[in-house]
Design a protein around this ligand. Structure first.
Ligand code: BV8
Ligand code: ZN
Length: 245
């Protein structure tokens, strides 16, 4: 049991506008390797940050497609974990909750969270690298082509060096500025601009809480640090709202 301070429990009970930012750590207990974890098998030789770039795609689109098809297969074979499920419950127990995820695995939605801001996109969506048209990429093609322009299809994610889509950026920035309680869950807080949200929330007067077994670049900034796995800590935290605590 993570020791959740009484003062934090009352802050959660009194919160009006909650903002939660999640990273790869929230999917770790579902069996999805984080970006920090060494990748398994064939992918162990690659650094994800080298593959998740437009240059990697232009250099070897078939390799990048193999990586994403491997990840899609892995995620399709796992289930949301108690951390995802707790966040879905959390959304029904507070007046307003904005869930911003850096993950592209769709597990929050499978756990029942609605209105998720997929800040780095979703790897199950396909779109054209050249004209941007959405469409279903042909699974049999090593590098599927675009029906609209004949260009190369790609996964609908935001790669390093690419801008965050305007709508996601606008909605996330507004929610961060307006919240009175901000959670950073399962993220090393090393990828920008998401890494700047906690500081922005703090400047707006929010209480900052980190849920992570390890310390991060954010830890010193936080009002509370719950050192533990999100699949253990989050259900306890949400229990204090539903009278089970
Ligand atoms: C942009 C989609 C304009 C693809 C991803 C300012 C300063 C420095 C650099 C920059 C900057 N501004 C922009 C940049 C460049 C870059 C960047 O941030 N680089 C970093 C590496 C320095 N940012 C960008 O390019 C962004 N675009 O800003 O556009 C621009 C462009 C160029 C130059 C300037 C400006 C776009 C970034 C989006 C990249 N796409 N994903 C895909 O996934 O395939 S990022 C990808 O990596 C993930 O989405 C995720 O965001 C990130 C990994 O981070 P985490 O989620 O935190 O995961 P990580 O493995 O690192 O940590 C896991 C944590 O979980 C750990 O702390 C661990 O302790 C914890 N944990 C483990 N188990 C558990 C747990 N926690 C709880 N419970 C557990 N059980
Ligand atoms: Zn196209």
């Amino acid at each position: 049991m993570a020791a959740i301070p009484a003062a934090l429990k009352s802050a959660v009970r009194n919160a009006r506008r909650v903002c939660v930012l999640t990273g790869a750590g929230v999917s770790a207990e579902s069996g999805v390797p984080t970006f920090r974890d060494a990748q398994t098998g064939l992918w162990a030789q690659y650094d994800p940050r080298e593959l998740a770039t437009p240059d990697a795609f232009l250099k070897d689109p078939a390799l990048v497609w193999r990586w994403y098809r491997w990840r899609r297969k892995l995620v399709t074979g796992v289930e949301p974990n108690p951390g995802h499920l707790a966040l879905a419950r959390f959304g029904h127990l507070v007046p307003q909750l904005c869930l911003i995820t850096q993950n592209v695995d769709g597990l929050h939605q499978r756990a029942g969270s609605t209105d998720v801001i997929e800040f780095h996109g979703n790897m199950f969506v396909d779109r054209c690298f050249d004209c941007g048209a959405a469409g279903a990429a042909d699974a049999a093609e090593p590098v599927p082509t675009c029906a609209a322009c004949g260009g190369r299809m790609r996964p609908g994610v935001v790669w390093f060096g690419e801008e965050i889509p305007d709508a996601a950026m606008r909605r996330a920035t507004a929610a961060v500025a307006a919240c009175d309680l901000f959670f950073s869950v399962g993220t090393s807080a090393a990828v920008w601009p998401a890494a700047g949200f906690a500081e922005q929330a703090r400047r707006g007067g929010a209480i900052i809480v980190e849920v992570n077994p390890a310390t991060t670049e954010l830890t010193d900034l936080c009002d509370y640090r719950l050192a533990g796995q999100s699949g253990v800590v989050l259900p306890e935290l949400v229990d204090c709202l539903s009278g089970n605590d």
